[in-house]
Every structure is written in structure tokens, then in C-alpha cells.
Design a protein around this ligand. Structure first.
Ligand SMILES: Nc1ncnc2c1ncn2[C@@H]1O[C@H](COP(=O)(O)OP(=O)(O)OP(=O)(O)O)[C@@H](O)[C@H]1O
Length: 298
């Protein structure tokens, strides 16, 4: 049996009256790239802090590569990129990276870390003059310099413009291609959709959905079929098994389907439908729907 990279069991954490994390169970296998999604205050940062040993759970157990977070970090197994802190304003980029490398047993050469983070040209610049996006890249270089098995990133692209975000994810992709395990918190659904193997959605301190982006989309909203159907019998379409709703836009019929395959077969066999398109809801629709469901249950 392979050891999980990360294992959280029944983890809770309160701040005063606020239940920041309310019973989280999460296993992350080696090599997985996991996005932690959720609205402000969902408990993402607190969960990350507990798995890094920066906050102690009130209840439950946190394991990183079978040991405590502190042990995993001491072994250089974990690279971290947090939202703030960790930067010495008066130091030069190269000096800071040397300092971090010096704390680890088998760091990669600093020049290589800078190269991989796309900031080789900033080596002799002081941290305080850098833009927010450049500072984020320095944090990323700090995260990878220990050659960690697991990289944990809390909202890594906050403050970056579109181009920097794209470059950042290209650098990140090179790390995941090397088989590293990655957990990142984000507010950008498209980042979760594009870069994660698995999406974990948190709300009010709990995990409310966990699966691939495709599964999460499918679990909520099924698919939409759009087709031109001359003389469509809308009542017959609405009565089909697996059809949730029917709308028309002129000759075009939109069918919300739980089972789009069966509906497609029917359309092709029994109607004059043409120009058929099948689309799945995007992750944003799914997240909104799950959040609304949770709201209704609360
Ligand atoms: N150190 C703290 N002291 C007091 N309350 C805290 C502390 N850290 C977190 N909280 C509270 O716990 C809840 C969860 O916060 P957390 O930062 O984990 O959420 P998040 O999902 O990371 O949110 P965001 O997307 O805004 O970063 C919030 O209500 C927050 O105000």
C-alpha cells in the first residue's frame, strides 16, 4: 500500500466563536495535483496551515508522508508558498534563495530554482523593489528549492496579471510533470479546471464536493443539448426520462439533461433535429449550484 502524501482525519479548528474547519477528511495520494476551492472564509487557509503544522487542530489527525507535518518539513519533503510573509525586503533575490537552500539537505542549485521560476534575471535585485507578481515568483522559487515531494501553495497567483498567471502555471506544470504532489488553494475556477487532477470544494469549514472537475460539473448539472428541431413537440421532449427542462429560442431547443446520451438517441431516431451541440456546464456553474444546495440545507 502506498503511503498518502497528505492525510487529514476528522480535523477541526476553532478561532474564538468561529468554526474555521469543521471536520475535514482528506487523503492526497503521491503525484496528485489537487485544487482547494471555496469562497472567502471557507477554511482553505486554515486547512493548509494545519497540514503545514502552522496551526494545531483542536481535534483530529494530520499526517504528511506518514509523519507529523513538522517531521515532513524537517526532512525537506514539503515546499511551501503562502500568501504573505517569508520575504526579507532588504535582501537580494539570490541571497534569499541561498538562505533557504542552506536550510535544506539536498537543495537544487539556486540558479536552477530561479530559472524554473522564470526569474533568473532578478537574481541581483532587492526584494523590496519587485512587483507583486515578481515577489510571488520568488516565493515559488523558495518553495521548489528544497526539491520537495509535495508543494503547497495558498492562492499562488493572487495579484498576478493574466500573462504572469499563464507563465506561472507553465512553470508549475513543469514541476507536476516531474511527479511532484501539489495542493493549491485558489479562487480562480479556471485554474482549478485547467491544472488540477482533483478539485476539493470547501464551504463553512467542510468539504462539500471532491472529485475531478469533470465529475463535479457532471454531478450537479448534467449536460445541455442545443439543437434545431423543426416542429418540435416540446411536451414530448419534456416528458423524456433524463430531461430536466426544455426551453426554446426560435427554432433552437435547449434541453437540460441528466442523461444526454439517451436524449440524443431519441432526437436522432424520432425527430428531425439537426445542428446538435452537447455541452457540459462549466465548473463555475457547478460550484454555484453546490453552494446554493448547501445554503438550502443549512
Ligand atoms: N488567526 C485567526 N484568528 C481568528 N479567526 C481566524 C484566523 N484564521 C482564520 N480565521 C477565521 O476562520 C475562518 C476561515 O478562514 P480561512 O482563512 O481558513 O478561510 P479561506 O477559505 O482561506 O478564506 P480566503 O479565501 O478569504 O483566504 C474565517 O471566518 C476567518 O475569519
Amino acid at each position: 500500500m502506498t503511503t498518502s502524501a497528505v492525510s487529514l482525519r476528522g480535523v477541526t479548528r476553532k478561532y474564538g466563536a468561529v468554526q474555521a474547519v469543521a471536520g475535514v477528511d482528506l487523503e492526497i495520494r503521491a503525484g496528485e495535483v489537487v485544487a482547494l476551492l471555496g469562497p472567502n472564509g471557507a477554511g482553505k487557509s486554515t486547512t493548509i496551515e494545519m497540514l503545514l503544522g502552522l496551526a494545531r487542530p483542536d481535534q483530529g489527525e494530520v499526517r504528511v508522508y506518514g509523519g507529523s507535518p513538522a517531521e515532513a518539513i524537517a526532512k525537506g519533503l514539503v515546499g511551501v508558498m503562502l500568501q504573505s510573509g517569508g520575504i526579507i525586503e532588504d535582501a537580494k533575490v539570490g541571497e534569499l534563495l541561498n538562505l533557504v537552500a542552506g536550510l535544506h539537505k539536498e537543495p537544487m542549485p539556486v540558479g536552477e530554482a530561479l530559472e524554473r521560476a522564470g526569474i533568473a534575471d532578478l537574481r541581483d535585485r532587492k526584494l523590496k523593489g519587485l512587483s507583486g507578481g515578481q515577489q510571488q515568483r520568488v516565493r515559488f522559487a523558495m518553495a521548489i528549492v528544497p526539491q520537495p515531494e509535495l508543494i503547497v501553495l495558498d492562492e499562488p497567483t493572487t495579484g498576478m496579471d493574466v500573462e504572469s498567471r499563464r507563465d506561472f502555471w507553465a512553470s508549475m506544470h513543469a514541476e507536476t510533470a516531474r511527479g511532484r504532489t501539489v495542493l493549491f488553494a485558489t479562487h480562480y475556477l479556471e485554474e482549478a479546471d485547467a491544472y488540477a487532477d482533483r478539485v476539493v470544494l470547501m464551504r463553512n469549514g467542510k468539504i462539500v464536493a471532491d472529485g475531478t472537475a469533470a465529475q463535479i460539473k457532471a454531478s450537479v448539472s448534467g449536460r445541455t443539448i442545443r439543437a434545431t428541431i423543426p416542429g418540435a413537440n416540446l411536451a414530448a421532449l419534456a416528458a423524456l426520462d433524463g430531461v430536466r427542462s426544455v426551453e426554446t429560442r426560435g427554432d433552437v431547443v435547449l434541453l437540460q439533461c441528466a442523461d444526454s446520451d439517451a436524449t440524443l438517441r431519441y432526437l436522432l431516431a424520432s425527430t428531425r433535429a439537426h445542428d446538435i451541440e452537447v455541452t457540459s456546464a462549466d465548473l463555475e456553474d457547478a460550484v454555484l449550484a453546490i453552494s446554493a444546495e448547501q445554503e438550502a440545507l443549512a
